[in-house]
Write a protein that binds this ligand. Structure first.
Ligand code: PMP
Length: 399
């Protein structure tokens, strides 16, 4: 018999499964609010002008394709550090940050998880309830036991901060706590700056290992404003991890451009941590790909291209905000009594709308509108053409 006879069919990824169903749908008015990508007002994934310029220069240069350093090129790693920690960061000047290029934010989480498993094999990992669905799978596949900490409060459509804090205060030292640095996926509900400061203090008091996941820097309030959690942890003197991604902020999803940064206690420690992280990378994929990271580094190191990118990033951020308020207003204009104003307060690409699984199903079957069964929608998939239709459909299913 076949050597694969015992292989069981794995369940489909729920969101990618939704995409397949959407692609198979022949209704011309269909709308995909399921997948987490930013589309412009024409419903297209943008190629940013700053990226286009950097790419053109790169292609014209026709460079050879040797191997990169295991941790990625210094110009890229340093550009990542400047965005996360601030160009004037004392951690950077003191040599207390290890940064390695990674295969998107996902790859950064994976090498971070593998490194942590070797460091603290007995630790447990805690992720928010709910969280990005891949968080659990990534840390479990690294060998960790993964549990939830309280996060979303459906009643207030915000964060159950008291619940979260007291839970964190109950954790054993060395527990790894995965925190969404901004633009929480899937809920859109973020901590306030004051709450972040409290989380830092709990991590210090309990001896927790903070692992910040920064997948949407610049999508809420701006590059520096969205880094407040990273900056507060930086100021605390604690050691921590940050996974970061340019998938959204540079619209480079398929290029797989991200990084893992680890804040250490000293420059000497940085050298030892980097040496072990390189071993993890070496045995996974040896060294990272060139192209996407080269474009990002080129944009971030050219004053003109960087300004152009910041403007384009602001354009994406503002458009999502406009879709949030537009959706709230349009649902209200349909005479819906239920309050949706929270959608305009949530941050990033997503909203937990409070729509039930049954309502999501009606949106799909009757209106060709695809959302995640949890009620999560991607605001960045709305545009001036489909928004009125979506608002009308939501009004019909909630009335
Ligand atoms: N973390 C979170 C919270 C995310 O939402 C995502 C992407 N949807 C990622 C990490 C991974 O991003 P990437 O596509 O860069 O791997």
């Amino acid at each position: 018999s076949s050597i694969f006879a015992a292989v069981e069919l794995a369940p489909r990824d729920p969101i990618l499964g939704l995409n397949e169903a959407f692609n198979a749908d022949t209704r011309p008015f269909k709308v995909n609010l399921g997948v987490g990508v930013y589309s412009d007002d024409n419903g297209k994934i943008p190629l940013l002008a700053a990226v286009k310029a950097a790419e053109k220069a790169r292609v014209d240069a026709m460079l050879p394709r040797g191997y990169q350093p295991i941790e990625g090129p210094a110009a890229y790693d340093s550009a990542v550090q400047n965005l996360l920690f601030g160009a004037d960061s004392e951690l950077i000047s003191a040599g207390r940050v290890v940064t390695a290029q990674a295969l998107g934010g996902t790859g950064a989480l994976k090498i971070g998880a593998d490194f942590l498993k070797r460091l603290n094999p007995e630790s447990k990992v805690y992720i928010s309830n709910p969280s990005w669905e891949n968080h659990r799978a990534l840390f479990e596949s690294a060998g960790f036991e993964v549990e939830n900490y309280p996060y979303y409060d459906a009643a207030t459509r915000g964060v159950d901060f008291a619940g979260m804090k007291s839970f964190l205060q109950s954790l054993a030292a060395g527990s790894v706590i995965v925190l969404h640095a901004c633009c929480h996926n899937p809920t859109g509900a973020d901590l306030s700056d004051a709450q972040w400061a409290e989380v830092v203090e709990v991590c210090r008091a309990q001896g927790l290992v903070p692992f910040l996941d920064m997948a949407y820097q610049g999508f809420a309030d701006g590059i520096d404003a969205d880094a407040v959690a990273v900056r507060l942890f930086s100021a605390s003197g604690l050691q921590f991890f940050v996974s970061s991604s340019f998938s959204k902020s540079f619209s480079l999803y398929g290029e797989r451009v991200g990084a893992l940064s680890i804040v250490t206690a000293s420059k000497e420690e940085t050298g030892r941590v980097l040496s072990q992280l390189k071993r993890v990378i070496r045995t996974n994929y040896s060294n990272p790909p060139i192209h996407g990271a080269a474009m990002v580094a080129a944009v971030l190191s050219s004053p003109e291209l960087r300004q152009q990118w910041e403007d384009e990033l602001a354009g994406m951020r503002d458009r999502i905000r406009a879709m949030r308020t537009g959706l709230v207003d349009a649902i209200k204009a349909q005479g819906v009594e239920q309050d949706f104003s929270f959608v305009a307060q949530q941050r990033g690409m997503f909203s937990y709308t409070g729509l039930t699984a049954a309502q999501v199903e009606v949106l799909r079957s009757e209106f060709g509108i695809y959302a995640v069964s949890t009620g999560r929608i991607c605001l960045a998939a709305l545009n001036s053409k489909n928004l009125p239709y979506v608002a009308e459909a939501i009004a019909k299913v909630v009335k």
